[in-house]
Ligand binder design. Sequence first.
Ligand code: GLY
Length: 562
Amino acid sequence: MKRTHYFLIFLLGFLAFTNPVKSQTFGKNGMVVSDHYLASEVGVEILKKGGNAIDAAVATAFALAVTHPEAGNIGGGGFIVFMKSDGDVTTFDFREKAPLEASPTMFLDENGEIKDNSNHRGLLSVGVPGTVAGLYQAHQKYGKLPWKDLVEPAIQLAKKGFPMSWGLYRVATRISDADESWDIMKNYFRNSEGEIVAPGELWKQEALAETLTEIKNHGRDGFYKGKVAAEIEAYMKANGGIITQEDLAKYEAVERKPVSTTFDGYEIFSMPPPSSGGVALIEMMNLLEAASIKEVEFNSTAYVHLVAEAMRRAFADRAEFLGDPDFNPKMPVDKLISKEFAKGRFENLDLNHASKSDSSKFGQLYGGDHTTHFSVTDKDGNAVSLTYTLENSYGVKMGSEKLGFIFNNEMGDFNPIPGVTTSTGLIGSDPNLVAPEKRMLSSMTPTIVAKDGKPYLVIGSPGGRTIINTVFQTVLNVLVYEMRIDRAIEAMKIHHQWLPDQILYERHLLSPDTRKALEEMGHKLRPTNNLGVLMGITYDSELGIWVGAADSSSEDGGARGY
Ligand code: GLY
C-alpha cells in the first residue's frame, strides 16, 4: 500500500473518532448531550474531575449561556428533573416570576386589547429571572465540586472566546440591526472593530465574563444582590421596565415533587406545575396505555389519529386547569395524572373519525420556541434532565451592555386578557392570569424514564407548546417501538394542541396516503419543517453504557461521553 493510502485510512479513522456529527455517542462513565458541543465538553470535563450529574449540569448550563445565547441563559428560567442513583427523584423549579408591580391587566390598552404586543415586546414582558437561583439551589443541595469550579469554564469561554459557527453567524447578521429597540443586539456579535464576528473567528463576551465572575465569587447573591442587581434595576428604570432590586432579592427557586406514572413496567418522572409539560405527558401516556398503543403500528393512520386525539384532550385540560401551584392550590393534578381519569377521558373516542375541539371555552397559540434542553448522566447512575428558556429566540432582545446578557420575555406565557378566550388562540382562564410574584405556565417537559429503579431514558426539547408532544412521541418511540435513541429523536412527529383544531406534521415524514386517510377521518393537517430539538440519553444495561444523541436539527449540538 502506498503511504498516501495509510494516511487516508488514518485520516478517516481520526474523523470517525472525532466527528461531532455522529448519530449515537457512547460513554461508560457519563454523558452530556446539549445544544452546543462546547457546553457538552464542559460538562464532561466536570464529570472527569469527579463531579456528579448536578455539577456537570450546572457547568453545562453556564457554558450554554455563553455558547448558545438564543436560549442558554442567566436572564431566564427553567426546570431540573433529577434522579439520584438510589432511585429517588426530585425537581427544581426556577421559572421566572412576575414582578411585584405586575397586574392581570398590565398589557392592555383602554379598549382592553393587548397594547403593542407588550406581553412579548419591551421590558414589561420580562419576568424576574430564575436560572442562577435554580442552579445554585440544586448545587447547594446535591453538588459535590466547589461552585467556583462550575462557573469558571463559562467565564473562560466568554473571556477567551470560542469559534463563531455558521449557525450563530447567520442569526447575527439577521438580528444585529433588525430593530431599533433591541439595544443589546446592536453590538452583541461585534468584535472590537465593530464587525460581526466572522465564522471561525473567536467570539468574546467580556461583559458577560464579568457578570459570571460576580456569580462565581458570590453565588446566587452575585446576581440577585450587589452590583449586578443594582445595574438590572437601573437599566429597567431607564428603559421602561418594572423589575427592582426588591424583586431580585425576593426571588426563590423551589424544590418540588415530580409528577409520575407507570407505563409497561417503566416509571416516568416529569416536571409538575408551573410546567404543564409533565401533567400533559403523563395524561397522554396513560391515555395511550388505556388504548393499547402497543398494538398500533408506528406512523400508521391509526397511530396518528390516536396520538392526536390524546394530545387534543390533554391540551384542553391543560388550558382549563393548570397554572402556578402556589396561586392555584386546588389544581386537580392528581386527578389529571391518574389511570382512572385516562380511562374516562377516551370514552368518547371514535376510532374512525376526528373529534371536535370545543372552541367556546379554551385555546392557545403555539408558544415561543426558543428554549433549550440538555441531558446529563454520571458514573454513579445519577441523571439530570434540564430545560431552560428565554421564551423567544434571544428573549426580549434587550439588556444592559454592562452586564452582557439578554433578558427573557417570559411574561408572554401568562394569559394576557382576563376572561377572553377565542378560537383563534387567545386564552383567558384564571389559573394562568398575571399576579405579582406568580410564575407563568410553561410547557417545558424535562423527563426521566426509569427501569428497575435506574435511569433508562433522559429526554427533553425546546419548542413552546410543541415540547410536550415531541417529548411524548420520543418516549413512545423508545418504550413502545423500541427505537434506538437517535432514531427515536429523528422519527416523524406531529403536534395537536386542541386549538387551533389541526394536526401539525413534519413535512416529508408523513406519507401522502396517510395524510389522505386522516383527512377523510375529518382531521385538518398542516405541514411544518421541524418539530423539536431533542437531546437524549438511554442506558444500555447489557453493556453498561450510556448512549447519547443530539437532534440533527441543532446547528451546533453535540453528545459527549467518557
Ligand atoms: N417559554 C416556553 C415555555 O416555558 O413553555
